[in-house]
Design a protein around this ligand. Structure first.
Ligand code: COA
Length: 389
């Protein structure tokens, strides 16, 4: 049975910071951020957007009544969870009006959560071919003001419908994955910003990539020549390029040119959004699908997922006929166009103005937030989500 990605939706908040201006404010050369890191804009979440609302907005764009009826499993991958107990998926399930006879759960393994969700979804569809699964990857990447990770922050969510006979990408059966207990990036429960050993994290990302790539080739007998493109988890857009370069010599010059060209296309959206943690690989895939002008049905796309801590996985899929017709390209581009730039001073003020953590109530002013689904406040320790603008 063919199982894979039937639909992809994306949502990012309406605010962003220009990386050139952030560089000036931090007294570094702008090229460090725009070339060395490879980021142009950094999405910024207002207080009225959290992982739940970002994901709900991404999913609302793509789900029709038939999807809502057929979805019987909602899997939410995030490392920006809002509750230690109740899953973010349950809120989404209500906000989007999904069939009540569904399972709704949250998964966590740093930026790998959504990939784990997709692999679980594949198994679920294999056992229940008429079902559909909604997989969400939503995060707000926060390292802190004036930290070395600051230039790799961002915010956004990807929503994917996984089904049989998918319209976009059929996922192939073989996959190679690896776990190793390392401390390259983590966020203890008492902290609202991440801790990172940046250089070690970069090294491990590449080391995991090399190991799962070798394992994948061993399992499948495929080689670099068999790939039209490879998409990477992108904490920042230079990262995937560093990993890609380690295997390029396995291909001819023509193959190398093809892979580098498609890599650039696969980074366009990430470059203007920043790191969205668990959704980053799928934002890169979305960028490739919506912005390439030469990938045909049958093209094989490789996908490298990495979640610090760490778990890595390499898997692949084949593009489906007329996939371009089933994308939401215009809606995504309009969303990018509608965004508003904030100054570095405004960004800093928004960054430190966080929700109360002492249990007090708050009513949020949402008039400036154009998103259809937003956080209206906190009452009796309950987040109040509203839909419908
Ligand atoms: N023009 C062009 N490039 C420049 C430059 C300039 N003027 N100045 C610096 N650079 C380059 C550096 O050479 C380096 O490139 P390289 O990595 O290819 O060698 C790059 O910019 C970054 O510079 P570096 O000094 O390493 O930056 P940093 O110490 O501030 O840290 C990160 C960068 C990425 C390590 C840091 O932002 C971080 O920790 N981010 C989080 C990492 C992460 O997300 N990990 C999670 C899991 S993957």
């Amino acid at each position: 049975m063919n199982i894979g990605i039937d639909k992809i939706g994306f949502h990012t908040p309406h605010l962003y910071v220009d990386m050139n201006k952030l560089a000036v404010a931090r007294d570094v050369e702008p090229e460090k951020f725009t070339i060395g890191i490879g980021q142009e804009k950094m999405a910024l979440a207002p207080k009225t957007q959290d992982a739940v609302t970002l994901a709900a907005n991404a999913a609302q764009l793509i789900l029709d009544e038939n999807d809502k009826e057929k979805i019987d499993l909602v899997i939410f991958g995030t490392e920006s969870g809002i509750d230690h107990s109740k899953s973010a998926a349950v809120y989404i399930h209500r906000l989007l009006g999904i069939n009540p006879y569904a399972r709704s759960i949250e998964l966590k393994q740093a930026c790998y959560g959504a990939t784990a969700g997709i692999q679980m979804a594949k198994g679920h569809i294999a056992l229940n071919p008429e079902s559909k699964v909604l997989v969400l990857g939503a995060d707000i990447a926060r390292y802190g003001l004036n930290t070395s990770g600051e230039s790799t922050q961002g915010a956004g969510a990807v929503a994917l419908v996984i089904s049989k006979n998918p319209k976009l990408l059929v996922l192939e059966e073989e996959s190679a994955y690896l776990t190793d207990d390392i401390m390259d990036f983590w966020r203890p429960v008492y902290s609202d910003t991440a801790f990172v050993d940046g250089k070690f994290s970069n090294e491990q990302y590449i080391s995991f990539f090399n190991k799962v790539w070798e394992k994948y080739k061993e399992k499948t007998n495929l080689a670099l020549k068999d790939f039209s493109a490879i998409c990477f988890h992108l904490p920042y857009t230079k990262m995937g390029l560093k990993a890609l370069r380690t295997i390029l010599e396995e291909g001819t010059e023509e193959e190398q040119t093809r892979l580098k060209k498609h890599y650039q296309t696969s980074t366009l959206y990430n470059r203007i959004v920043g790191n969205i943690y668990t959704g980053s690989l799928y934002l890169s895939l979305l960028s490739l699908l919506e912005q390439n002008d030469d990938l045909k049905a049958g093209s094989r796309i490789g996908l490298y997922s990495y979640g610090s801590g760490a778990v890595g996985e390499f898997f692949s899929g084949n593009l489906q006929p007329d996939y371009k017709e089933y994308l939401y390209t215009d809606e995504h581009l309009e969303m990018f166009d509608r965004r508003k730039e904030v100054s570095v001073e405004e960004y800093e003020a928004i960054f430190i103005d966080t929700l109360p953590s002492d249990g007090s109530d708050v009513v949020l002013n949402h008039t400036d937030d154009p998103a259809a689904i937003y956080l209206a406040g906190i009452e009796d320790n309950k987040r109040i989500y509203r839909s419908g603008k």
